[in-house]
Design a protein around this ligand. Structure first.
Ligand SMILES: [Zn+2]
Ligand SMILES: [Zn+2]
Length: 131
């Protein structure tokens, strides 16, 4: 099982890897990923939605208007369908996962590799480059 969290640890998750053959590691160079990360690329682990579970969600009060007051999760719907929803911690801003509405990618979670507690646990996965 893989575990991870946002920077402030208000949100933690587990990824069960009974079917780790379905996991993919994607380095994406698209313009959207550059905006999300502020870097040249993002590196995401793609896992089946059924294997991803948020295990702790903060009830801290959000001071940011429009963000959920009951959880620290916020889903912004991005224009276009390529990367669907983005979910990040409303306290520290770490992206926890993204979901795509694009055909062929539905039912999958894009989890930033940097949020894993042990980044070496996916070092053996083959990398794919997306542009
Ligand atoms: Zn956080
Ligand atoms: Zn991208």
């Amino acid at each position: 099982m893989l575990t991870g969290s946002c920077l402030c640890t208000a949100n933690k998750y587990t990824i069960t890897n009974e079917d780790a053959t379905a996991f993919r590691k994607i380095i994406c160079h698209c313009a959207r990923c550059r905006k999300i990360s502020g870097e040249h690329t993002t590196t995401n682990l793609i896992v089946p939605k059924t294997s991803f579970k948020l295990t702790s969600v903060s009830k801290w009060h959000s001071l940011i208007p429009g963000l959920s007051k009951s959880t620290s999760i916020f889903n912004a719907v991005l224009p276009g369908d390529k990367h669907g929803h983005i979910c990040f911690c409303s306290h520290c801003g770490s992206v926890l996962y993204r979901e795509s509405e694009m055909q062929g990618l539905r039912g999958l979670m894009f989890v930033p590799v940097g949020t894993l507690d042990d980044i070496d646990s996916v070092s053996d996965l083959r990398k794919e480059e997306w542009y």
